[in-house]
Design a binder for this molecule. Structure first.
Ligand SMILES: Cc1cc2nc3c(=O)[nH]c(=O)nc-3n(C[C@H](O)[C@H](O)[C@H](O)COP(=O)(O)O)c2cc1C
Length: 188
């Protein structure tokens, strides 16, 4: 199983990277091949709404690092998308990435969408400062639904809370919890 981690935080050694990489570590221990992509290392422009992706078979016509990610996603069985919560939502980096999926994963609008292709499995993981896990539940439910409409097989939506009280790597409870998410992705 080939699993890609997409880390949509500007902090490569931050909470989001740590939890996403722990999930990947759990998957790797069960035999998966994993790789992490840090959006802070990549030049990914916002969707220009040019609809070039809907003409012919070119896919997205913006020539930037998202092209690497399209290829990576095509070869992947599962994705782990990690984002910090910024102002009650995903980070701008995560939103730009999500908008760019319009070129390939929008069944209603995309000539590139393959009706019979196996759905990509997806784990969504957020980290937030606030300890209240209900605070943005409406948004998380909405986001999960949105990815399902994009025809992802959403296997989990996980929110790691309370980061204002200390970094994720100091939270002993998270070691096993995050690795278990990764191993379940492989073993289920
Ligand atoms: C611009 C910005 C906005 C944030 N907005 C929220 C928020 O609305 N709710 C919340 O609980 N935490 C919020 N936080 C805290 C982050 O979600 C939290 O610290 C997260 O774990 C950071 O992830 P990172 O370590 O990967 O950068 C915000 C942080 C920043 C920098």
């Amino acid at each position: 199983m080939n699993i890609m981690g997409f880390i949509a935080s500007p902090r490569k050694a931050g909470n989001t990277a740590w939890v996403a990489n722990k999930i990947l570590e759990g998957a790797k221990e069960q035999g998966a091949e994993t790789q992490s992509w840090y959006f802070s290392d990549l030049d990914i422009k916002p969707c220009q709404s040019c609809y070039g992706c809907k003409e012919g078979n070119r896919g997205c016509i913006i020539n930037d690092d998202m092209q690497q990610l399209y290829n990576t996603i095509a070869d992947a069985d599962a994705l782990v998308l990690g984002s910090p919560v910024y102002m009650g939502q995903m980070s701008a980096q995560a939103k730009i990435f999500t908008d760019r999926l319009f070129a390939q994963f929008s069944p209603r609008f995309s000539p590139h969408f393959k009706e019979n292709a196996a759905k990509k499995k997806l784990i969504l993981v957020f980290t937030q400062g606030n300890p209240d896990s209900d605070m943005f539940q409406v948004y998380f439910d909405y986001t999960k639904n949105m990815f399902q409409l994009l025809e992802f097989d959403v296997k989990g939506m996980h929110v790691v809370t309370g980061m204002r009280n200390g970094p994720a790597h100091e939270r002993k409870d998270l070691y096993t919890a995050m690795k278990d998410i990764g191993s379940s992705l492989v073993l289920e």
